[in-house]
Design a protein around this ligand. Sequence first.
Ligand code: GDP
Length: 515
Amino acid sequence: DISQTVEADPEETLRERPPVVTIMGHVDHGKTSLMDALRGANVVKGEAGGITQHIGAYQIVTKDKQKITFLDTPGHEAFTQMRMRGANVTDIVVLVVAADDGIMPQTIEAINHTKAAGVPMIVAINKIDRPEANPQRIRERLLEHEVVVEQMSGDVQDVEVSAKTGAGLDKLIEAIGLQAELLELRARPDREAEATVIEAQLDKGRGPVATVLVNRGTLKRGDTFVVGTQSGRVRALVDDKGKQIKEAGPSMPVEVLGLGGVPQAGDVLTVVENEQRAREVAEYRREQATEKRTAMAPANLDTMFAGLNSAVIEFPLVVKADVQGSVEAIVNALHNLSNDEIKVRVLQSGVGAITESDVVLAAASKAPVIGFNVRPNANARQLIQRDKVRMMYYDVIYHLTQEIAKEMAGELGPLRIENVVGRAQVKQVFPAGKRDKAAGLLVEEGAIRKGLHARLTRNDVIVSATTIASLRRFKDDVDEVRAGMECGVVLADTNDIRAGDQLEVFEVTEQERTL
Ligand code: GDP
């Protein structure tokens, strides 16, 4: 029976396991330095500098013989991507904030991603050796983002550190230990292993290799396993110092050799009795994967509200707008829509283009992304397609609140779906007639068609919403111009066009909601 593999272990078999920690924060605030310093603090004297980290995670042993695992994930996108794939491997987040800088955009994103995941946070106020350091100001500014640290009478631990001098590192390790104790992290060590892939690649000499984190059980050399939709047999286990080991227990990061193919980060490795069984489970996983994809299909209220079993239903949203004033107005208006049954929860909001961080967070929380006069950037667009994230674009706040209010009340009209048909770049602009301007375009993706809806954007901010009034190729009026070709257009009711602007052309269809 396959369901056995997801069953919980009996209470009496559980043992304490080390916490798994992810360090997040704004670029240059000292994440890498802090990780190096923590690892260095653990290195036996004389060996320092001689040991290079071998895999994307490492474990340290504290003075009182406690182990801590650190994940070397590059930023909050990776953290949330893992969560989206069902892999909530992080127990504790350490948020690094430079004492001489402040709360920066990626600090805020890290806070949002951590909160959305429900993972406890410890604030490390770094660079306290700098003369400009002002830790108190950091604590005050954190209040604005609803992070209330202990020194401000809250319950988030905060520690002043310097990755450079090593000051405060002991206190940080202590804080992690304290938080881990509160979490009562436990797993059963004496069973067949289950582990999560944190990174994987094809190694020229060694074939497919994966770094995994053991969730429970003990992974041993010779074990038969399935990972993702493939099976394999452990040929060798390599620890974070590059040393071959025989086995790895709960919370231990280890590199596995002997895979049939390269799995994806977030895939689960499960040890099974034999190869026959490995094939069975692989098959089961393939079926599950298909089901999951279907469930992720265009978000509707079913999926948005799924899994929320508290009395108050949460309506999660991500909001991006062109100016700060609009962000504030929208977030306020949305919060005002909350009632006793449904509560609007803005997971992340900000000024500027819709980014990877926004989309990943929305996908993981099955939330739509609201774009107010802004569009997704190129990286975000790929993720939107891949993860089928629901996008809602507006240029009037009232329309936005109306539609969300209707959804909350269950009065749902048809779902308005935009299908982007083509994208083009404005190469030059010239006058056309008395009022209009014509633009010379290079079609970069898909096709441009006469009469379609069009949106003109400048640095991913919408300049105007319009339609293709006329379309010309050389001197001829045409109906369609395809990617790779140049053409001239006149846009209805707009004169604000500049060389370098992007034009996005789309159709709008309406679809019945499935509730
Ligand atoms: P990351 O982008 O968050 O990984 O930041 P890094 O670890 O690369 O650090 C960015 C810069 O800050 C580097 O030049 C570090 O040497 C410096 N730095 C990091 N921690 C400290 C610290 O505690 N004190 C001082 N003075 N500089 C630091």
